[in-house]
Design a protein around this ligand. Sequence first.
Ligand SMILES: [Zn+2]
Ligand SMILES: [Zn+2]
Length: 369
Amino acid sequence: MSDVNRAALFFEPGKPFEIVELKIPEPKTGGLTLKITRSNICGSELHIWRGDGRFSEIATPKGRILGHEATGRIHALGDGVSTDWSGKPIKEGDRLAYQYFQPCGRCRSCTRGMTEACRSSFLIQRGSMHEWPYARGSFSNYLYLHPNQAIFKVPDNVTDTMVVGANCALAQVIMGIERVNVSLGDTVVIQGCGGLGVYACAVAKERGAETVIAIDGIQERLDLAKEMGADHTINLNEITDSRARVKAVKDLTNGWGADVVVEVVGFAAVINEGLRMMGSGGRYLEMGTFYTGTSFECDPGRLVGQNQRFEAVASYDAVSLQRAIEFLSRNAERLPLDEVVVDYPLDDIDSAFADQDSGSVRRASLIMS
Ligand SMILES: [Zn+2]
Ligand SMILES: [Zn+2]
């Protein structure tokens, strides 16, 4: 469709995006150029757009191209690239899911097998849009993928609408739910039913959770959480008191409390309530609040006395992305996976952000080509 690289430039909170035209990057050895088909607005971009916490430092008068939760087709392959990271042959036109960051492979975290904690991962997102590879975010028609960014071919039964959330929200959920080892018979509370939350309901259920309880303030989000596997829902507008919500969770778990509580709201204020919902031996998974500069109340005596754990997961490793694609393919005909996102043209990016911010859409998905 487009042979120019149109990209949406972000300047600062409260200012509209500006559409600019950039060059299309030529691929170098080992890399490839992706023609982006869809790019979602991730919760982290909402934080940037609002100027939450230290995310306000990302704003620059020169403008920056955001976007990372995306999918696309191979536009051009660099020399030496003939397969994805599972060994499947790839060619121009094939659909790909890609790791949006590039672990360095040689820092202390990477050598210990924790590539998700590599602090050099995001270096590829820095640089001038006037220098190769131009756009470093997926709110652009063409994005360059570096040699060490994991790529996986998308199976035919997984639509673009289903796969667009795989390389951030779903892969992170899969890594997180595995980190807290959700197992057969577990009771799981999901705080927040945005993109991550509804995926978390489905993944927890697939790992054998006996009871999944989803919490949110918007009924439509809770309805989708149910369709994705939640057994019970708690509407914040119906049970407005925090203590009453903790009691509701206790009542639904035979007075014990949850084995696992997952925070995917994105505000530190909800963590204390989630901690109080945990039972003895419970595991708390923190994923939503990934900007610094806030805090939450915690009674450490409760954690110690009840042998509870607190885990936090930001991004994911390559195998979690592979598992995300396999999860989508396995469940494509069973779960409403294509209902997680709502479509917007790129030119409507400002209203897409405003609508997602207000909660009227769970996850906005920009159609890029
Ligand atoms: Zn993201
Ligand atoms: Zn590293």
